[in-house]
Design a protein around this ligand. Structure first.
Ligand SMILES: [Zn+2]
Length: 399
């Protein structure tokens, strides 16, 4: 054998050894699949007892990318970007490509797409003029089945995203009609833990509708506290409508109350991520991500589904920048000039300050998370959460 053919033989042997090493685990598994390991190989279909839905309002794929670059100087450093299950959630309304929070969140909560401006009603609604059929929300399904429920928002607790969990209205602007619905539920005893902002404006709209926080409190024997710290530990179903809310503290407080529920719980947490003010919006995403990491550390993923998504996307794009340099160069000068232009041109970031039509990320971990995959309409997330609990939706009401 010549040296050259010996070298060829040796490398051929090495190659074949490498190949068999690479193939053998799969080949060893193949015969066993008829037996005990078939169940292990089948897709995981664990039932969820609890579902937590995190909604970063207006956080599209590019928002998560920019938030990671701003905070960590590298892409894909957010905690949620490490979650195993990912899909792309399509947010359009029945008539328009670009969604607002009302349609976006109603679709997720009810499994029925509707019109922009409409809160959890069928698309036969005409905004501000005519009601559609109320579409049953996940929170209502949960209440009906005796679960404990919670709704938390960095924004007004009567604004579209939280409203779509507990209310039905033909116009997202009717806060005087929306907020009281939290106290007059169609199923169960209504939202158990309600923490949000917007106290002054909700108070004004209640007054215009001939009501008030005090009147609602008395009528339903439920105090409406102005600060999280005011709600006593003895109150197991606290309502806090603050001027501003510490979402992190509010969420951990809500978990204290919800996690002892024998039948399980549904919790929705919204944190605003509009990037009209790009630093503020991106920092909110980073703060929300840290909160989600803290929540994940507290729950049992064997019986809890954690789902992160947005109600619609937003026109923020990183189109420059390099490692080791600040992403938001030029932001301070823009902020000082108090610009109100539609297009914000920073050195490395362009913000088209409007909602946009492209899909938003849906990320999931825990029981039932494997159903989040591929491109799908936002209504699929309703199905994902219902299936995680093992529940069937009611038959359609016929409209
Ligand atoms: Zn929104």
């Amino acid at each position: 054998m010549t040296p050259i053919s010996r070298r060829l033989l040796v490398s051929a042997l090495a190659l074949s050894a490498a190949l068999s090493a690479a193939l053998s685990p799969a080949m060893a598994q193949a015969p066993a699949q008829e037996g005990a390991s078939a169940a292990a190989a089948a897709p995981q279909t664990q039932r969820a007892k609890n579902v937590i839905l995190f909604v970063a309002d207006a956080a599209g794929v590019s928002t998560l990318n920019a938030a990671s670059l701003m905070a960590y100087g590298e892409p894909q450093k957010l905690h949620i970007q490490q979650w195993p299950h990912l899909g792309l959630n399509e947010t359009s309304a029945v008539d328009q490509f670009v969604s607002d929070s009302a349609n976006g969140m109603s679709s997720i909560m009810t499994g029925v797409k509707t019109r922009n401006g409409v809160i959890s009603q069928s698309p036969s609604a005409v905004r501000g003029q005519r009601d559609g059929e109320p579409t049953k929300t996940l929170l209502e399904y949960a209440e009906e089945r005796g679960l404990r429920t919670g709704v938390i928002s960095s924004q007004s607790i009567a604004d579209a995203t939280p409203a779509a969990t507990y209310a039905h209205s033909n116009d997202r602007g009717k806060w005087g009609e929306i907020f009281p619905q939290a106290f007059s539920p169609r199923f169960g005893d209504g939202v158990d833990v309600l923490f949000g902002a917007g106290r002054q404006k909700i108070g004004e709209q209640l007054a215009a509708a001939g009501s008030s926080f005090d009147a609602l409190s008395r009528a339903h024997d439920r105090p409406i506290y102005a600060r999280l710290a005011d709600a006593p530990a003895s109150n197991g179903r606290p309502v806090v409508v603050a001027e501003r809310l510490d979402v992190h503290a509010a969420t951990l407080r809500a978990l204290d109350l919800l996690e002892t529920a024998p039948e399980g719980y549904f919790l929705m947490v919204e944190w605003d991520a509009h990037t009209d003010d790009v630093r503020k919006g991106l920092q909110n995403v980073v703060d929300f991500d840290r909160l989600i990491q803290a929540v994940e550390g507290r729950v049992d993923l064997d019986d809890t589904l954690l789902l992160f998504t947005a109600d619609h996307s937003f026109g923020v794009q990183v189109d420059g920048g390099r490692r080791g340099e600040a992403l938001l160069e030029g932001y301070d000068a823009w902020k000082a000039a108090q610009g109100d232009e539609d297009l914000v041109r920073l050195k490395h970031v362009l913000v088209n300050r409007t909602h946009t039509a492209e899909e938003v990320p849906a990320l999931a971990i825990g029981a039932g998370a494997e159903r989040v995959r591929g491109y799908f309409p936002n209504t699929h997330l309703f199905d994902v959460m219902m299936a995680a609990w093992g529940w069937d939706a009611d038959a359609a009401s016929g409209d």
